[in-house]
Design a protein. Structure first.
Length: 321
């Protein structure tokens, strides 16, 4: 099998490339990445593997020879995107451009050469919906465009529509995966990811900044669990034309998360509450709760998140040290 990973020098992409290369059926992994939020560090452990080819290029750039690489492979993982709440709030135009035009380019090439493709979407598409566990069958409640954070959800949702449209009209062998917070070693807190940000502060015994009052809850999935699901989906025909949640079902409030990290890392950090408008922008809207219903992917490939939150914290801290 030959694979293409767009955004393969990113956090999830780097781990996925490593997992695929370790499999005896893997003949080649091509990574295309513009290194905007990704880094060679994410590929360091596999950099000498002769089966790895790294192409530094922007998938929205007409000069990027996407068609050539798509033609060469059997399966595409499309992970390249503008990612992270802070980055999205700061640069909504770039977010839309990358997530819509980049995906359009990759999908068109996949259609042209009839390739299997798995497209990364996000739990953000559930928006302000108010269910205990979000299901793929739910209606979605996206916020108002005056709040730039919704540019990420909307652009990813358009990617979903695009993928499913090509599945219908061109028999594209496409699958959409909606990741809920995915974390693990090497994820950077630079773009607003909460666990690496908290762990970094805890290791330095600095204040941990909790945005809002910390009562908002989230679920955190170890990247090793996430990439296990991605690998299993590669040749799963039943998933063609489908949408699947991938995430952990253990809920924790952000305040409890900060307390757990302090305890696990035996840190002397104190918790400091920062109003949303100070952390992001005036009128910033957050979802109070966000947890996945994962029964659909569980029925499909018998997948569920297995790593504990304590293990995630420990792995993130070890990698940072
Ligand atoms: N990590 C999470 O919790 C999470 C949650 C929901 C969805 N996702 C989705 O998963 C995918 C991977 O996210 P990640 O957490 O690994 O983030 P990441 O930022 O580490 O990875 C994204 C990669 O895409 C690359 N990229 C961005 N724009 C590009 C462009 N125009 N051309 C080529 N490469 C480009 C970046 O350099 C980076 O390496 C993204 O599509 C993201 O939206 C992630």
């Amino acid at each position: 099998m030959k694979y293409l990973i767009t955004g393969g020098a990113g956090f999830i992409g780097g781990h996925l490339a490593q997992l695929l290369l370790n499999d005896s059926v893997c003949e080649k992994v091509i990574v295309i990445d513009d290194l905007s939020t990704g880094s060679f560090d994410n590929l360091k452990l596999i950099a000498d593997d002769p089966k790895l080819e790294v192409v530094i290029s922007d998938i929205t750039d007409p000069k990027c020879d996407l068609r050539k690489y798509v033609k060469e492979v059997d399966c595409i993982y499309h992970l390249a995107a503008a990612v992270g709440v802070e980055l999205v709030v700061r640069e909504p135009g770039r977010t839309i451009h990358t997530n819509v035009h980049g995906t359009e380019n990759v999908l068109k090439a996949a259609v042209e050469f009839d390739k299997r493709i798995i497209v990364a979407s996000t739990s953000e598409v559930y928006g302000k919906s108010n269910h205990e566990f979000f299901s793929e069958n739910d209606d979605l409640l996206i916020g108002n465009p005056i709040h730039s954070r919704w540019s990420y959800a909307c652009s990813k949702l358009l990617d979903e529509f695009y993928t499913l449209a090509y599945c219908k009209s061109h028999r594209l062998r496409g699958t959409v995966v909606r990741f809920f917070n995915t974390v693990g070693p090497r994820q950077t807190g630079q773009y607003g990811m909460v666990i690496p940000r908290f762990v970094k502060s805890a290791l330095a015994n600095k204040d941990i900044h909790v945005y809002g009052d910390g009562s908002q809850t989230r679920c955190f999935c170890h990247v090793f669990d996430t990439i296990r699901a991605l690998k299993a989906l590669a040749d799963n025909k039943e998933s063609f034309g489908g949408i699947y949640n991938i995430g952990s079902q253990r809920k924790i409030s952000i305040l409890e998360l900060a307390e757990l990290i302090i305890k696990e890392l035996k840190s002397e950090s104190k918790i400091k509450f920062i109003p949303y408008e100070e952390a992001y922008e005036a009128g910033f809207e957050d979802m109070m709760h966000r947890a996945p219903d994962t029964s659909k992917i569980n029925e499909l490939i018998r997948w569920r998140a297995e790593h504990s939150l304590e293990k995630i914290i420990c792995d993130v801290a070890e990698a940072m040290k």
